[in-house]
Design a protein around this ligand. Structure first.
Ligand SMILES: C[S@@+](CC[C@H](N)C(=O)[O-])C[C@H]1O[C@@H](n2cnc3c(N)ncnc32)[C@H](O)[C@@H]1O
Length: 205
């Protein structure tokens, strides 16, 4: 990864994903998290202010050193212990069945082998553990999907490998998760091709 990917993209993400308008969505996706939690694609810790007090500890998985450092102030103010515990969601350095819950926000779009990452999340969650997800992906409408397919190559180049066209719910169910709660919507203030969101929880068997 060059200078742009290493040093510029994490800063763009910190600003673009750190807007006030996204805070109610972050609050919603974090609701109900409890016990030992693993967050994949932790970024700059933009979910930290919304962690419920019922969380015992968070294992943050994030490859970007710059992203991690940008989260410094949020980490200092965190009300639950957070430790950077892994670098790659595709290969988690944790034992089977070792977490109560997992969190992923706008990350399944970017991890290169997303199926491998979901297999890993499923492996480290205890039976009945819950994945809380808030992800953008393939839009429900064909007209929007056409734009997503056109713009996908540019998006991948500009934003660290991010895809517009991943079918988030199909990926979750193929990985063996059962969808428990789901809200599909277009994010207010974002172009539809970039803001086709799925927010919900998924259970391991
Ligand atoms: C669009 S950002 C979202 C960051 C954060 N989850 C948020 O909501 O602000 C995508 C994140 O996925 C991370 N990422 C990329 N490849 C990854 C991988 N293989 N494993 C875990 N995280 C990864 C990126 O470094 C980046 O922080």
């Amino acid at each position: 990864m060059g200078f742009y990917g290493e040093r510029v993209v994490p800063r763009i993400i910190n600003v673009a994903c750190g807007t006030k308008t996204l805070e109610p969505l972050r609050r919603r996706v974090c609701e109900g998290l409890a016990g030992d939690v693993v967050e994949i694609g932790f970024g700059a810790g933009l979910n930290v202010p919304f962690y419920p007090a019922a969380i015992t500890r968070v294992a943050a998985v994030e490859p970007s050193d710059v992203g991690w450092k940008l989260g410094g102030k949020r980490l200092m103010a965190a009300s639950v212990p957070v430790q950077r515990s892994g670098l790659d969601g595709q290969s988690l350095p944790f034992a089977d069945d070792s977490y109560d819950a997992a969190l992923s926000t706008w990350t399944l779009c970017t991890i290169p082998d997303v199926a491998a990452a979901l297999r890993e999340v499923r492996r480290v969650l205890r039976p009945g553990g819950t994945l809380h997800f808030l992800e953008h992906g393939l839009a429900p409408d064909e007209r929007v999907r056409r734009w997503q397919r056109r713009l996908d190559p540019l998006e991948q180049r500009l934003f660290g490998g991010c895809h517009f066209t991943r079918p988030i719910i199909d990926l979750l169910t193929t990985a063996g998760f059962t969808i428990k709660e789901l809200d599909v919507f277009y994010e207010k203030g974002a172009p539809k091709f970039a803001g086709a969101d799925s927010l919900g929880t998924a259970l391991t068997p």
